[in-house]
Design a protein around this ligand. Structure first.
Ligand code: PEP
Ligand code: MG
Length: 630
């Protein structure tokens, strides 16, 4: 609700802007718009900086997606169709005005006149004679379709409003886009754009994508991703990385700055995104794109070589997967096993709750394809940003601190048992291991193990085979578990450090919120100190330890983790060759020295800069490929 006055605009009793003609559409502005359209074939290059979360460089045209967004391409109409387009436009304006009046009257009845008056702004905008002139000019002079004329004009005005120094103008942008969507929907008679509609190779530009939307992306068509929301280890980022799709997140307002069809460059190394690059920039980045490809292919040469340090210590490299179909690629990248299978994606990718057979079939597929190699299956980590059948679940105020993960499973025995039964049944057919996520209290682990024992007894009773000595592990992703890990060593065979959540919970920084993304870093000494504690306690307790958060796939952390004593990493498959390359260039004694020095730092920035320099000295070529000039 507006409570202040826009200079020069009349304000109603309740503080709402009362406008008949809400857009300051001077002739000059319209002329500017017309000139802009004429010059459209020479769009202005714009550079944006976001968070690079999945490496690679892509030069490609954009497809803008949002649940309400329609993708409007520029299409010329013959002169003979101008009158028809003008008529369609008038009809759309009339129909939209009727809809808004109905909405206003209903809102006034239910919520009071003052609230209903909000729609007067929309009505004023829709019936603004200057705006109509602008639309018509697009049709008459530039032979645009009515929908493109509307889309283009309102997007341009939206931009003018967005850049306005008065926040009240900026606030009105949403209304302008709302009117645009309403009119365009009327004109093309369609309700929603769908990701599945993307048929051309594209940079997908969106506000945000749910994990299941991400998982359904077609890698051949979606060549890169540019998203407004999200942080370094949000689930969109993790899946993009897993799929090897270059991605930049945290690009505020990008869906309003890019129009479908605009050329874009996405640099997942640096987080830079270039909109409407000029010819020279395109040529430079195409060379860069090719070089990055060549380098990636060259890494394939070390696929069958061991991940062995220069002084002969072998490191285990495992893969993180979300779906069984990722196994082929994971093996192709040289994984020695699966260190994290995120089974909640079975739920996220399906409209109905998976049955025991659905679980069993998925686990069997993984076990068979991995042919005796270890597979760590993590029990459901639903909740927080991973909701199944969203509408049915009560919303929580702080879902990351709420009923998520193991808490959700322990409170839903039927669902949990279904998974445990399938998992145990599949354990008879491969080296399957089980891992419980987000344990924050010893009692949670014991309860989960009790459930497992119950299910084992059920299977015994039914005469169903399973692996009686199946290894049981837990994730360490909450500070309480890291600090007290000595209390868990007798109850599990292994720990796996979930650094994505450990960073979030240690630093009190939401891992998916771009507004605090600059505070989110695994290089924080508090996080490193917890990781060191877990490694030491696992060594003391003689149990296995691995790290499966995104940090394991970030080349700058490899030397540090090895120096701290870590001997197993579970990584997004795409990054396995890169990390193997760093390991094969590292001497463990040097790594230990580096780790000691890092642990003396107090600032994350010191840690990051030092590790960057040390890693660069070891493997200069992997840094060279990240620079546009090589
Ligand atoms: C983690 O938290 O580091 C982890 C691997 O789990 P997820 O990213 O699925 O929460
Ligand atoms: Mg986690």
């Amino acid at each position: 609700m507006l409570t202040d006055c826009v200079p020069g605009w009349p304000v109603g009793e309740a503080g709402h802007i009362k406008l008949r003609s809400p857009l300051p559409l001077s002739r000059g502005v319209r002329r500017g718009w017309a000139a802009g359209l004429a010059a459209e074939r020479k769009p202005v290059m714009e550079i944006r900086k976001g968070i690079g979360v999945s490496a690679g460089v892509v030069v490609c045209a954009a497809t803008v997606y949002s649940p309400d967004e329609l993708r409007i391409g520029r299409r010329s109409i013959p002169i003979t169709e101008i009158a028809r387009e003008r008529n369609r436009l008038l009809e759309a304006i009339t129909a939209s005005s009727d809809d808004i009046r109905t909405l206003r009257d209903a809102t006034s009845r239910n919520l009071g006149k003052e609230t209903g008056a909000i729609f007067d702004f929309h009505l004023g905008l829709l019936n603004d004679p200057e705006l109509l002139k602008t639309f018509n000019e697009g049709i008459d002079k530039f032979h645009l379709t009515a929908e493109y004329a509307v889309h283009k004009a309102l997007r341009d005005y939206g931009r003018i409003f967005l850049e306005h120094s008065n926040p009240l103008f900026r606030d009105r942008v949403k209304d302008i886009y709302d009117i645009e969507r309403r009119l365009v929907h009327k004109l093309i008679g369609r309700e929603r754009g769908r990701i599945a509609d993307i048929t051309e190779p594209s940079v997908l530009v969106a506000h945000d994508l749910t994990p299941s939307q991400m998982a359904s992306l077609n890698k051949g068509r979606v060549r890169a991703i540019a998203i407004e929301a999200g942080g370094q280890t949000s689930h969109s980022a993790i899946i993009a990385n897993s799929m090897g799709i270059p991605a930049v997140l945290g690009l505020e307002n990008i869906t309003h700055e890019v129009t479908t069809g605009d050329m874009m460059i996405v640099n997942g190394f640096s987080g830079l995104v270039i909109i409407n690059p000029d010819e020279a920039t395109i040529a430079e980045h195409r060379r860069y794109e090719e070089r990055a490809h060549r380098y990636e292919n060259s890494l394939a040469e070390i696929r069958d070589l061991p991940a062995r340090t220069t002084d002969g210590v072998d490191i285990t490299l495992l893969g993180n997967i979300e779906f069984p179909h990722e196994i082929a690629n994971t093996l192709a990248k040289g994984a020695q096993g699966i260190g994290l299978y995120r089974t909640e994606f079975l739920y996220l990718a399906s409209e109905k709750e998976p049955t025991e057979e659905d679980h069993y079939n998925a686990y069997m597929e993984v076990a068979e394809k991995m042919a005796g190699k270890p597979v760590v299956i993590r029990t459901l980590d639903l909740g927080a940003d991973k909701y199944f059948l969203q509408g049915d679940q009560p919303k929580e105020d702080n879902p990351f601190l709420g009923c998520r993960s193991i808490r959700l499973c322990l409170g839903n025995m039927r669902m949990f048992k279904t998974q445990l039964r399938a998992l145990l049944r599949a354990s008879a057919h491969g080296d399957i291991r089980i891992m419980f996520p987000m344990i924050s209290h010893v009692m949670e682990l014991r309860q989960a193990k009790m459930m497992l024992k119950d299910v084992m007894e059920e299977l015994d009773y039914e005469g169903i085979d399973y692996n009686r000595s199946l290894q049981v592990g837990m994730m360490i992703e909450v500070p309480s578990a890291a600090l007290m890990c000595h209390a868990y060593v007798h109850d599990v065979n292994f720990f796996s450090i979930g650094s994505n959540d450990l960073v979030q919970y240690t630093l009190a920084v939401d891992r998916g919120n771009q507004k605090v993304a600059s505070l989110y870093t695994a290089a924080h000494p508090a996080v490193l100190s917890l990781i060191r504690t877990v490694i030491r306690q696992s060594q003391k307790g003689k149990i296995g330890v691995s790290l499966c958060g995104e940090m394991a796939g970030e080349k700058e952390f490899t030397v540090l983790l090895l120096g701290m004593g870590m001997r197993s990493l579970s990584i997004a498959p795409h990054n396995i060759p890169l990390i193997k390359k760093v390991i094969r260039s590292t001497n463990l004694r040097d790594a230990q020295k580096i780790a000691r020095k890092v642990m003396s730092f107090e600032h994350p920035q010191q840690v990051t800069a030092y590790l960057h320099d040390e890693t660069r000295k070891l493997v200069p070529d992997i840094f060279a490929v990240e620079s546009p000039t090589g």
